[in-house]
Write a new protein. Structure first.
Length: 142
């Protein structure tokens, strides 16, 4: 659990580098509070996410699927402007972020599973944990 930065205190470890793809301000605040004392980089758009993932190294990566209000509840795919584009980017760049733990935390289960499948096809270890179960999942790993 040290790898995810989830311990009882920060004094016994170095800060964890965490990447978050998320457009919801409340969720961003939750992550900032949850990982206080760690380095948290947040991107809301695919292009920003790709740049951060190319230039920095992360221990943990958290990805949302729906990044625009028009994506919420949409029945069509928009692979270029959703988290799927970031999952596809990581899948097609196997040397980037190779050791990072990847969790997809979207409420959009269909989109999230497509992301996880894309990542797993490329040999990455990724899992889907809906946001409302994330705290319990992180706690269980510690």
């Amino acid at each position: 659990m040290h790898k995810l930065g989830v311990t009882t205190g920060h004094g016994d470890r170095h800060p964890t580098n965490i990447f978050l793809l998320e457009d919801d301000e409340r969720r961003c605040q939750w992550f900032a509070k949850r990982f206080k004392g760690d380095r948290l980089d947040i991107a809301c758009e695919v292009s920003d996410a790709k740049e951060l993932l190319k230039t920095r190294t992360y221990d943990s990566i958290f990805l949302d699927h729906d990044l625009m209000p028009e994506h919420y509840g949409s029945t069509t795919t928009d692979d270029e402007r959703t988290g799927y584009a970031v999952a596809s980017f990581l899948a097609s760049n196997p040397d980037l972020q190779r050791s990072a733990t990847i969790m997809v935390h979207s409420f959009n289960s269909e989109g999230a599973m497509r992301m996880v499948e894309e990542l797993r096809r490329s040999g990455r270890n990724a899992e889907y944990v809906p946001f409302h179960f994330l705290e319990n999942r992180l706690r269980a790993k510690s």
